[in-house]
Design a protein around this ligand. Sequence first.
Ligand SMILES: Cc1ncc(COP(=O)(O)O)c(C=O)c1O
Length: 400
Amino acid sequence: MTGERYEADRLHGLSKAGKPLLVRYDLAALAKAVSKKALAERSGGFWRYREFLPVRHAKNVVELGEVMTPLVPLPRLARALGAGADTILVKDEGRLPTGSFKARGLALAVAMAKELGLAHLAMPTNGNAGAAMAAYASRAGMRSTVFCPADTPDVNVREIALQGAAVYRVNGLINDCGKIVAGGKEAVGWFDLSTLKEPYRIEGKKTMGLELAEQMGWELPDAIFYPTGGGTGLIGMWKAFEELEAIGWIGARRPRMIAVQASGCAPIVKAYEEGNEHAELWPNAHTIAAGIRVPVAIGDFLILRAVRESGGFAIAVEDDAIVAAQEAVAKEEGLLLCPEGAATFAAYRQALKDGRVGPQDRCLLFNCATGLKYPMPPAELAIDRHRPIDYAAIANAKAP
Ligand SMILES: Cc1ncc(COP(=O)(O)O)c(C=O)c1O
């Protein structure tokens, strides 16, 4: 925001102005240290991009079997919507450790916490980030404490606890949980790993941009639909593209960045539409897509900058459209999305209809977590094996 600079290899939270700090690299040295060819020969997931990441010493890397997440096309739905074959690609982040893209940011933040000698980490969460912090902190032998809204899906709260964090349900939203973390810094002595309140989670999320560029042969898609809460991933990918262009690995053509929110919590969409640089707190935030129920984002201006610089837009979708999108992708394509991931498909459908994206545009949607962690519609067919089986009824049965 202010352009001030701070020294590397020190512990940092926010800047003096209370704004996020971004890691800067010696890009000329980076370009000499690694080539596309060398990268292609490495196996594994996001730790392959080590030259683009802030961890200095390999001993501080914290691993849980990270993988490169696949790009899954939705050809049947593309055809049904009148879009070109292979125009809709889903990057399925549900395959990462702890089942969500939060693994990327938290692996980096925990590794840097290890490098900088921290012992106790804390954060507010809507579920997935807390689980990733708990897992990576336990892996690194660190203590962790998590605060989440009381209505966070039970499976998330339990996995956080099982993976070693002390987790508290709070009768409020994520920003209320954030205040508790901020308040405990002095009293308990933990380090605050909240979204964008330290510089390294975004470096982990940046690897989504590096990875998809590499997977697509260093040709970027026309548009990226990103389910936006704190917006770390959107900001991180934009940063990745800037770094890749600076070292000459990609050209100037970049994707349009599309911030997807739910109609019940759409502060970024409102700020985008009103032409504002910052977003106001969204009152009475509600949506079934818990991960994007973020009423206020500290990196609002960075999200809005990336959206505008890229020629993208911000779009809100109704909960009903999210449910319908999840069902369509699961039933037509066999891919189970989380509600936040489903929101990106709902937004794509909406944008295609109103002409904001064209039928030949290659669009990349983020499925940010495994659908298996979320409540699903009931499956009620049953058979009493002690009675005659009505095979005629079974033969005619359709999925509900
Ligand atoms: C499943 C899911 N989707 C999306 C988000 C939002 O991510 P970001 O904070 O990068 O905008 C979250 C964050 O909690 C999440 O858990």
